[in-house]
Design a protein around this ligand. Structure first.
Ligand code: NDP
Ligand code: 2IT
Length: 451
């Protein structure tokens, strides 16, 4: 094979990916990041090129798309689209969340599934990668409507999943309530009580710490990055976006470790509480979001703090930023604002929250930048631990699961340093995570023949 430069390798590969699916912009973005950081490694290890491993990895093993008809409380009929992308099963059954959000389409799910493959590999647990969901919008729906939707969704999905095949979980718009309805329908159709979903309730096969795991894990990862500079979260001013599952428990862990959380947000705007969100205020947020399903603006009204309507929280001065809402929620300009205001740690609770410019700005600024597939891997890691407990038919204590989660995050950090540290001592965690995640999957694919 003739020698290519990294740049032309990336260009050729991206042209190949784009020619197949020209409109899948989020998928292109996720693949480009990986290919850019892997190019040097691949050119130095041509066996992966000969085997065309990367070309295989960007092609889902299987994609399922299906009709999800359901009736609202007034009897009106709605039709949504359901999906499951079974991306890669080289190291274990497909594993990854389900997202219910109006923006869900093939591009979003393929980007998430592609990230998931490398993320799951980083956890060191035997999980392949997948992602699914629907363009159904749970906002404003009654519990009964959500239940009927979930039952209809599972009435097709059940034939594609299984404890040894594909094990979905939650993501945006899919939390404990939805997992319950989905599990109930699966059990009814199959007449089988097995661990086919994670994020289940504690009384029926769930794991302690799974709800906390993504947020806690992101903060453990931030702590590990800070340790490399003899620093810690204690005393740091932290801006968090989102106010859902990941944001709530990231905030909880920051508070516990002595940091000051000054922002939260939802898709309507952000709140700025300069004094810091304490445990009591966080309990209000959890009730507001998980039970009343209200808007974050109500926090500003209750505690008389500033509400930044239609704005993201990145204009607020902070030491650390934890984006925990959604993809591309930090653009280049916002990234520059963050670092200009002194932010030097970014740990991504969300998947791909920094756009291409933002990510490159963080790396060029040599701040501590932990990309989603490393920093938010705690959620799927504890899902893996939930699968283990289900297989063993026993349940571990809170302390046991938390300590395993902590070790997994420390280990992911270590692997990122191993593969991502440059000769000047700066760790490019993006490069580290991508190479470390890739190697295990690629070697497994090579060992399994042309699959
Ligand atoms: P939730 O549905 O619990 O919360 C999502 C939060 O993000 C809400 O505050 C929501 O606001 C906000 N949000 C969603 N979409 C948008 C948007 N387009 N623009 C602005 N704000 C938005 O989801 P999670 O907390 O579970 O997920 C958050 C992120 O973390 C996602 O990127 C997800 O992929 C990632 N993640 C989740 C894991 C998990 O275990 N749950 C594991 C690893 C990563 P609103 O209510 O107004 O929509
Ligand atoms: O993006 C993710 O890692 C998740 N939404 C969690 C997946 C899982 O299977 O727990």
């Amino acid at each position: 094979m003739k020698t290519k430069s990294s740049k032309s390798f990336v260009d050729d590969f991206m042209n190949y990916v784009k020619s197949k699916d020209p409109m899948q912009f989020e998928f292109h973005q996720a693949v480009k990041e990986v290919v850019e950081t892997l190019a040097g490694y691949l050119l130095a290890n041509p066996r992966y090129l000969h085997a065309r491993i990367l070309e295989r990895m960007v092609e889902p093993e299987r994609m399922i798309q299906f009709r999800v008809p359901w009736a609202d409380d007034r009897g009106n009929i709605h039709i949504n689209r359901g999906y499951r992308i079974e991306m890669n099963s080289a190291i274990g059954p497909y594993k990854g969340g389900l997202r219910f959000h109006p923006t869900v389409n093939q591009s979003i799910l393929k980007f998430l599934a592609f990230e998931q493959v490398l993320k799951n590999s980083l956890t060191s647990l035997p999980m392949g990668g997948g992602k699914g969901g629907s363009d159904f919008d749970p906002k404003g729906k009654t519990d009964n409507e959500v239940m009927r939707f979930c039952q209809s969704f599972m009435s097709e999905l059940f034939r594609h999943i299984g404890q040894y095949t594909d094990v979905p979980a939650g993501d945006i718009g899919v939390g404990g309530r939805e997992i319950g309805f989905l599990f109930g329908q699966y059990k009814r159709l199959r007449n089988e009580f097995t661990g086919i979903l994670t994020g289940k309730g504690i009384e029926w096969g769930g794991s302690l710490i799974r709800p906390e795991a993504t947020g806690y894990g992101a903060v453990y990862f931030a702590e590990e990055m800070l340790k490399t500079r003899n620093d810690s979260i204690k005393g740091k001013v932290v801006a968090i976006s989102g106010s859902g599952n990941v944001a709530q428990f990231a905030a909880e862990k920051v508070i516990e470790l002595g940091g000051r959380v000054v922002t939260l947000s939802d898709s309507s705007g952000s709140i700025y509480d300069p004094g810091g969100i304490d445990t009591e205020k966080l309990a209000f947020v959890k009730e507001l979001k998980n039970i009343h399903r209200g808007r974050i603006k109500e926090y500003a009204e209750k505690y008389n703090v500033q509400y930044l309507g239609k704005q993201r929280p990145w204009s607020i001065k902070c030491d650390a930023a934890l984006p925990c809402a959604t993809e591309n929620e930090i653009n280049g300009e916002e990234a520059r604002m963050l670092t200009k205001n002194g932010c030097f740690v970014v740990a991504e609770g969300a998947n791909m929250p920094s756009n291409y410019d933002a990510e490159h700005h963080f790396l060029d600024s040599k701040i501590l930048y932990g990309p989603g597939k490393a920093a938010n891997a705690g959620g799927v890691a504890v899902s893996g631990l939930e699968m283990t407990q289900n297989s063993m038919r026993l349940a571990w204590s809170r302390e046991e699961v938390d300590s395993k989660l902590h070790s997994i995050m420390v280990n992911i950090h270590k692997m990122c340093v191993q593969f991502g540290q440059d000769t000047n001592g700066y760790t490019n965690y993006v490069k580290g995570a991508n190479i470390a995640g890739f190697v295990k999957v690629a070697n497994s694919m090579m060992a399994q023949g042309l699959v």
